[in-house]
Each structure stands twice: as structure tokens, then as C-alpha cells.
Design a protein around this ligand. Structure first.
Ligand code: SF4
Length: 416
């Protein structure tokens, strides 16, 4: 992974620019300011104009959501034509869009191929509308190296990190589909709130461990939070980690978003099983890193996520231990009813138990919202994401095991 500082010239694709598939021009969508500057330089724009031109492109791409250079009326015709011969403003392909009865939307996106051995990574992003906000859950990796046992994504092996541009492009696609640009038209199904902004918050809770793709997540956050473009304040961007302890302080310093921790257990023995990364970074070390998270205050609390697994981690003794462990950390506790997925060994805790657990946490002074399961009918809920390719493979495996031919299911699958 590249580690070029933000203000330095950065290497070319794939980190700076989504590579073009044969016959396709590279897209400028998702690039950082530095990346756009490089693209303009390569197109022959004089160095003295770069800053101004980057500002123009930035406005059109990230504020207006332009899909063609033609629309960029304050950019000279000649430059527009030059750019159109070298670059595109293409978005990742939307392979499927599923809309839940509760308005949750899940998009399976295919990223352009990055080379002859990559048929295009598939990732999922989920939009969750609520009365006071609209949250987009983005992926940071294709698959995941960690194997949290309650998580569907964890059963899909890591294919690769997403580039910063590919992370940003997930928001661009969401804004396109939701009519969330100035003058945009909302979908006609009435399931997108008529708020000024359909997407007001971003959570890195999709596929992957964001702190294992640090530089790209950092650069993407830079683009997402830029006040002259997509303009999502860092306080509305939450990075959720399973506990990569050595990266937590750096995340606070360099990314500066809100932090969420996938905790899910209060004893190392159990957490080792649920979140195997715990064997490397046990609970005490993780909580120390949280106490030292830069910028932590009552106004900037850390969210601790706790998935409710029946008979596994949901006793009231564990609720009390949770409260004891978090003492002194400005925290919110998010209780997440487990969302079952095919083949899982866990069940969701009974509702009475979730309420009793929540009561212990609440009495200790923590807001403990129980996250309403969203998008269950389209497998879009927490921990249920898994790309279609993988699902097809699982189905194919089942069919093979049951003696039914499955070749058809493998056709068109990417090289993951
Ligand atoms: S919970 Fe997050 S870190 Fe764990 S396997 Fe799932 S995607 Fe990976």
C-alpha cells in the first residue's frame, strides 16, 4: 500500500485513479485534489493553472455531481474536449439495486478492472433512511481478512483493498441513485426522505476492516469531508474497527472521524472466538487505545457495538461487566440484535433479554439505543453483507454437494 503524504505528488493508478478497463477511459470520479491535479498535468494543463482548474473540476464532480465534461460550463471548451478524450466521469457499475420495505437500499457495485487478472471487484453499499438522517454504510475492502464468527462478510476471503477513489465512488453512486445532488429528483417510490440531503452520514461498517486499508480510508475521508464538495463533516463520518490497536491513535490524528469499536464481548475468551483479532489485541489493550483516542470528549464519544447473541454474550452479568469496563471512557453503547444469515451458528437474543440488558446499561448512565434491524429482507443488515459472486459460489457449492451441476454459477464470477 502506498504511504505518500497528502501534499506530495502521489503515484498513478490504482491508488490515485481507477484504472481503465481496455476500451474505457480512466475516471476522475473519487480522486483527491492531488490526484485531479496530476490528471490535469498529464492532460497538458500548465502548472500555474492547476490549482484553479482543480477547484473547477472539484465543484462540478463533488458539488454538482456532473456526469459529463460538457456540463462544466465555466471550463473552456478546448479543455473540456481534451479531458473528454483522456478521461471519463464514469461511476462503478451498479449490478443490482435492492430496496427493502423499510426503505433500506443495497447496491452491489462492480469496480472497473485494475488489470488483466482482475475482472472487477464487487462490493456492497447500503443506504439506511431514518427520520432525522440518512446513513450510507460503505465498504473499505473487498471481503475481509478477519473472520468474526457472527459476520457474513467474514466468510468471504479478502480479495483486495479498495482505493480511495473506489470508496468515494460509493457515495457518488448513492447520490446519483437517490437524486441527492442540487436539483436532483428523488426516486418515485416515496422511500427516500424529502430532506435537503438524503445522505447525511457515512459509516465504514460495510465489508472490510478500514484500519487495514488506512491510507485509502484516510484519503477517501479527506474527499468526503471537503467543504467545497461532498461536504460531510468528519463528525458525521464513523469509522468502525474490530480493534486494530496500533492504528487507533493514528486514525484519530490523521482521519479524525468518529470512532466505533466492534466489541461484542467482555471476556477475552469469548471475544477471541467472536472477533479473533482479539487474540492479538486483547480487550484491555483495546480499551487503553480508546482512552487515548485523540479528540475524545463527551461531545465526541466512542460508540461500542455489541451484537446480541442468544445465550452467548447476553447475560445481565455481562451487561454489568460492560459498564465496568467502559468506566471513564466517553462512550455510547449500541446494542445490535443479531441479523441471522444462512449457515450461521448464532441466534438473536430474545427481545426481553435485550431490553433487560439495555436497562442495565441505561441505568449506568449510557444511552443504549437498540439498533432497529434494517433491510433484513434484502440481507442488508449489519454483518450480512457479502458480494453476489460469493453468494453464487456458496449456492454452487451447495448444488455440487447435492449432486446438481453448477458450472453455470461459476461463469462470470470474478477472480477472487
Ligand atoms: S465484522 Fe468487520 S472485521 Fe469482522 S469479519 Fe466482518 S467485515 Fe471483517
Amino acid at each position: 500500500m502506498t504511504t505518500a503524504p497528502l501534499d506530495m505528488p502521489r503515484p498513478a493508478a490504482p491508488h490515485a485513479m481507477t484504472q481503465a478497463e481496455p476500451g474505457r477511459l480512466p475516471s476522475l470520479v473519487g480522486l483527491t485534489r492531488a490526484g485531479l491535479g496530476e490528471a490535469l498535468l498529464a492532460a497538458g494543463v500548465p502548472e500555474r493553472e492547476i490549482r484553479m482548474r482543480v477547484g473547477q473540476l472539484w465543484h462540478w464532480i463533488y458539488f454538482r455531481g456532473a456526469t459529463s465534461f460538457e456540463a462544466m460550463t465555466n471550463v473552456g471548451k478546448g479543455l473540456r474536449a481534451t479531458l473528454a478524450t483522456r478521461y471519463s466521469l464514469a461511476r462503478p457499475e451498479v449490478v443490482t439495486e435492492q430496496v427493502s420495505v423499510d426503505g433500506t437500499r443495497k447496491w452491489l457495485m462492480r469496480m472497473p478492472s485494475t488489470g488483466p487478472h482482475d475482472r472487477g471487484a464487487e462490493i456492497e453499499a447500503v443506504y439506511i433512511p431514518e427520520s432525522d438522517r440518512g446513513t450510507l454504510c460503505v465498504s473499505s475492502q473487498v471481503g475481509c481478512t478477519l473472520t468474526c464468527t457472527f459476520c457474513h462478510t467474514g466468510t468471504q476471503k479478502l480479495v483486495r483493498n479498495l482505493s480511495a477513489a473506489e470508496i468515494v465512488a460509493q457515495l457518488i453512486v448513492a447520490r446519483d441513485r437517490l437524486g441527492d445532488w442540487p436539483g436532483g429528483v428523488r426516486p418515485t417510490d416515496g422511500l427516500v426522505p424529502d430532506a435537503e440531503r438524503a445522505v447525511s452520514n457515512i459509516v465504514f461498517m460495510g465489508m472490510g476492516e478500514p484500519l487495514y486499508n488506512f491510507e485509502n480510508v484516510r484519503d477517501a475521508t479527506e474527499v468526503l469531508s471537503d467543504g467545497e464538495g461532498l461536504s460531510l463533516s468528519r463528525r458525521r463520518i464513523t469509522l468502525s474497527t474490530s480493534g486494530v490497536v496500533p492504528m487507533i491513535e493514528r486514525a484519530g490524528d490523521e482521519i479524525g472521524s468518529m470512532l466505533a469499536i466492534s466489541l461484542h464481548a467482555v471476556r477475552d475468551e469469548l471475544r477471541n472466538e467472536l472477533v479473533p483479532l482479539n487474540k492479538k489485541y486483547p480487550i484491555a489493550d483495546l480499551l487503553d487505545a480508546c482512552r487515548n483516542y485523540p479528540g475524545l470528549s463527551n461531545a465526541r464519544r466512542i460508540t461500542f457495538e455489541y451484537v446480541m447473541l442468544k445465550g452467548v454474550n447476553d447475560s445481565l452479568a455481562e451487561a454489568r461487566e460492560l459498564v465496568r469496563l467502559l468506566k471513564g471512557i466517553p462512550a455510547k453503547i449500541n446494542l445490535i440484535p443479531f441479523n441471522p444469515w444462512p449457515g450461521t451458528r448464532y441466534e438473536c437474543s430474545d427481545w426481553d433479554q435485550i431490553e433487560a440488558f439495555s436497562e442495565v446499561v441505561f441505568r449506568a448512565g449510557y444511552a443504549s439505543p437498540v439498533r432497529t434491524p434494517r433491510g433484513r429482507d434484502i440481507l442488508a443488515a449489519c454483518g450480512q453483507l457479502k458480494s453476489e459472486t460469493e453468494k453464487l459460489r456458496a449456492r454452487a457449492r451447495l448444488m455440487l454437494e447435492s449432486g446438481i451441476g453448477a458450472e453455470g454459477f461459476f461463469m462470470g464470477a470474478s477472480d477472487d
